[in-house]
Design a protein around this ligand. Structure first.
Ligand code: FEO
Length: 388
């Protein structure tokens, strides 16, 4: 796509990556993504904020073909989807200076071989004048790496947040408005990428709140033209409050675990507890991550393979441990053939989750009357924990 004007000569550059379906060879991207880059002309200097994934550096260079001079190239975040085209941009503009945080400097040198003499680091809250415009850099660590920072343009009331408050969404729309689909994509993005850093996000939001801005320009997805929409959503997602919701990731090999999951789901629904099932044989792992944003309880359903959990369940469990949802309770249910250590194995896989383990219900082969009674008891316990 061509460069497009946002306001007063400030341009949105970058790429809509419609076809990308996986990020970090892990995260599903059902709607593609974008790599946004922003050109900020001042009366004396011109700055470019972030670049694009290196697969698309030719697109960015083409968008810059009418720009004779760049004084500053700002790297808000050193991950390659934003920094990967820096070497090409720095080569095109040999007089330009690369601006980054102190922690980004070694990363950019090590990951991209950027020479030391091209780099100028800025401190937290340091400003650089473009003439009639000012760029203020605000350290916002851990959104998504330790070196990340945001840039604030007070004269135009714009905040450039890179990954923070982004969404993996390819499209031609420039602004998010209040479209629930964009908010949904932002929630998925938060769940998959930001959720492990909840406490850091909280302090970053508190740091940004006093600034006056009416546009948040992330480096993925549409621009937030109603910043309160995404700021309030983040405030809710990172809060300790969870919802009356149970998430059950499960898999079944011969149907016994599926019967247990279905029975427990009915018992919970009868007690007015919302349940979301994810059959790990077919599920979109990103949807599971989204539901984990505000669930109070996780029940893992697994058959036993040899003595441990099914490998797909082990994968989902390790992933849940990595993204650190705020769930307060957990349980394990499932069937086995002759013996099982599945509960012990799963318990060992979730050291990062601050959950109270409510117990387990296992059965040998088909669930029987005793199994169903234990599942009813588990449903009752979960409902009581949810204050139902
Ligand atoms: Fe969009 Fe952490 O990179």
């Amino acid at each position: 796509m061509n460069a497009r004007e946002i306001r007063n000569g400030i341009m949105l550059l970058g790429v809509q990556d419609w076809s990308r379906r996986l990020f970090d060879s892990l995260i599903p991207l059902p709607d593609g993504t974008s790599y946004n880059s922003y050109l900020i002309p001042g009366s004396q200097k011109t700055a470019l904020i972030d670049t694009v994934d290196p697969d698309f550096e030719h697109t960015l260079i083409n968008q810059l073909k009418e720009i004779p001079k760049l004084d500053y190239v700002v790297s808000l975040h050193a991950e390659q989807d934003h920094s990967g085209s820096l070497p090409m941009v720095l080569k095109k503009y040999p007089e330009s200076v690369l601006i980054c945080s102190a922690k980004a400097k070694p990363l950019l040198m090590e990951h991209l071989n950027i020479p030391l003499e091209r780099i100028r680091t800025v401190d937290d809250n340091e400003e650089i004048s473009l003439g009639d415009r000012t760029l203020r850099f605000i350290y916002t660590p851990w959104v998504h790496w330790p070196e990340t920072m945001s840039a604030y343009l007070p004269e135009d009331r714009m905040l450039f947040s890179c990954d923070f408050m982004g969404s993996h969404l390819a499209g031609t729309r420039m602004y998010a408005g209040d479209d629930p689909n964009v908010l949904d994509a932002a929630k998925r993005y938060y769940a998959e990428i930001m959720m492990p850093f909840r406490s850091m996000i909280k302090s970053n939001i508190e740091k940004l709140r006093p600034l006056e801005f009416d546009l948040i320009c992330p480096s993925h997805g549409p621009i937030w033209d109603n910043p309160e929409t995404i700021m309030n959503a983040y405030a809710k997602w990172i809060s300790d409050a969870s919802e009356n919701k149970v998430v059950i990731p499960y898999i079944s090999m011969h149907g016994s675990t599926a019967k247990m999951v279905e029975y427990l789901t009915s018992e919970l629904a009868d007690r007015h507890v919302e349940v979301n099932l994810f059959d790990l044989a077919v599920t979109d792992i990103g949807k599971l991550a989204m539901e984990l944003v505000d669930a109070t309880t996780i029940v893992i359903g697994t058959p036993t393979v040899h003595v441990g959990p099914h490998p797909n369940v082990a994968y989902a469990t390790i992933l849940a441990n990595a993204i650190k949802p705020k769930a307060k309770y957990a349980a394990v249910i499932g069937s086995y053939g002759w013996a099982s250590k599945a509960v012990e194995h799963i318990s060992a896989m979730i050291p990062a989750l601050k959950v109270e383990v409510l117990g387990s219900v296992l059965c040998k082969g088909e669930p029987n009357a005793k199994t169903y009674q234990e599942l009813s008891d588990l449903a009752e316990l979960i409902a009581s924990k949810h204050n139902i």
